[in-house]
Design a protein around this ligand. Sequence first.
Ligand code: ADP
Ligand code: ZN
Ligand code: ZN
Length: 744
Amino acid sequence: MSERYADIIVDITHEKLDRTFQYRIPPELEGQIQEGTRVKIPFGGGNRLIEGYVIGLDSRKKYTEGKIKSIAAVAEDGITVETHLIALAAWMRKTYGSTMIQALKTVVPVREKRKTRSRKQVCLNLDREQTESCLEEFRRKKYRARIRLLEALSEQPELSWEYVTKELKVPADTLSGLEERKIIRVESYTVYRNPLRERDEEGAEQAEAVLTGEQASVCAGILSEWKEGPGRPCLIQGVTGSGKTLVYMELISRVLEEGRQAIVLIPEIALTWQNVRRFCSRFGDRVTVLNSRMSPGERYDQFERVRKGRVQIVIGPRSALFAPFQKLGLIIIDEEHESSYRSEVTPRYHAREAAVERGRLEDAHVVMGSATPSVDACYRCRSGEYALFRLVRRYGGAELPEVYPVDMREELRKGNRTVLSEALQEALRLRLKAGEQSMLFLNRRGYAGFISCRSCGYVVKCPHCDVSLTYHSNGRLICHYCGFEREPVARCPECGSPYIGGFRAGTQQVEQVVKKMFPRARTLRMDADTTRGKDGYEKILKAFAAGEADVLIGTQMIVKGHDFPGVTLVGVIAADVSLFASDYRAAERTYQLLVQASGRAGRGRRAGEALIQTYHPEHYSIRAALTQDYDSFYEEEIACRELMGYPPAASLLAVHGSCDQEEKLKNAMEYIRRYLIRVRRKSTVQLVGPAPENVAKVQDYYRAVIYLKDGDEQELIRMRDLLERYIEINRGFDSVYIQFDLNA
Ligand code: ADP
Ligand code: ZN
Ligand code: ZN
């Protein structure tokens, strides 16, 4: 047998991850050593025995003979949480394609370079009434600095010392005076501050909530899945408001009782924090919350609390998956279908897949939930890989809204060229008259300038890939999967109408139209422009919840999370925009958005109504969304994926290239294509492209992509690994940046 070697890391901190040492695996330890194993090694000149972790295995020696030492032994307490996390990193490296160091840096938190960190906070000690009377006093006495401070504090009860002294220009001795009078207190917190200790009134009822019959039976079903070991990953498909969160909390309680811990993943969007509060009020100090705005150091601090067993539940976005619990029992993935669960940086892992792998490594359960599950997850339920549970009733008997389609081709025929159909205008008018609120949703996600006919709905598509063609800067229409090109069209090839072109309305235009038609309506707009500032979202949502506007107009941001009991109408301006985005998940995303959007109506006592404006009322995504019929949507969708060879029916590997020189990128991608053809072992592996990417140029970097399709994922992974090595040793790729995406 040939000799084998292990790369070992001695100090598992973020900044030392690059420093590995190679050791020989002695024959007697062969078979006991894997990625993640903790071992003892002779170190340094004196061969002192120290411990380290194996992060990679190799059959090649990196140094000349004589220099290399052997591993002494496997450490007694050989398996730690680090062992599992390293093994998870190794899995990520292999599955998604990256270096081991990149993968390790994803799972191991950054330890902050410890500067003396004295962060002081100025906190308000008074309730609202006391604050008011205090303010009155200061105003009478014209204490300007104190007025500034109290006004700011009544907006936000905790402010940083820097902000108070530098921005508000409140002198330090004024502050100590106020502190003596117990109007404020100055806290110097450094670490371990629960980021969610704030103003928490809601959710106190959660502790006593009794599960409904339906909820209890889902709970029982999942527990029986867990009877013998961790069981399969479980998917709860539950309509919005059916009580998924309550079921999660029940399951978490069970796991905590066994002395194990839980991770709750939520999408990376501020609006789900309503839900987070409920966890905090039920589990109190046992919970810690991570958010994506935390500095790496703050995240590290939270992970330290986790490691030391100070908390039992971590809630957070994607990266909370790597919380270093010693005895992880359960991973929950809420809103499993959300696209923010896929990482945008290498390794481009999907949190659901990585969670299932971490669960496997640590014998932890995995439970996910959604009203509109991803086609991927549903596919796995159908195959029996995941177990499926359903919640079909809204809690308290609230009705799902009535959803109606509006055929926009008819509007054009009637001579209405505005973005609001007559039906939607009428519905808005009624709501305004009744003093009820409406939401207008403009779907811009995946918007890429597809070309469609407003008279008959025809969309110009790629004849090979079944995705829509998009306008390119050179005036031609291009497919971003295969590079197919054609000249632009002046008249509809289907019906001859000249009303063919891109869809261009934005939220601003919609707002203008509403204002013009209903001059007395109070409108609020929520999009990337209006939410830019800190707490931008929250402010708009709060204002709308407080009834300060009649109509909220926005992009997909308005679809999620928040409950507005006063909303009885949801209007979807243009459902088709995402339906014909130029990627294969367009129909899935449209169905999800439409169901989630219409679910916003009628959350309160009054029944709700949703109007969906579309040029394709006959499309299965739209038809299924009208009746919230997930199964019929899924059947149609999976049939398309099977026909076209898209995931999850087959595997799809994308090779993304970017470079600041167009010619160089073109050459590199051509070399990649030829190389892939050379190493292809099966003629079934389909190669598509190279084609310019959807966004073909970003900040002066040109971008192109090659797709590989096959039923055999391992074959694609094998080809990718070969390609990685080819790129590594080839000078021609020096300034070309290559990234891989598997089934993204
Ligand atoms: P989902 O997560 O499925 O959208 P939630 O868990 O948010 O649903 O439940 C919707 C609302 O119904 C919440 O306000 C929740 O407190 C309430 N609710 C659900 N189930 C119960 C129950 N068994 N007892 C009391 N309130 C419940
Ligand atoms: Zn037409
Ligand atoms: Zn194509």
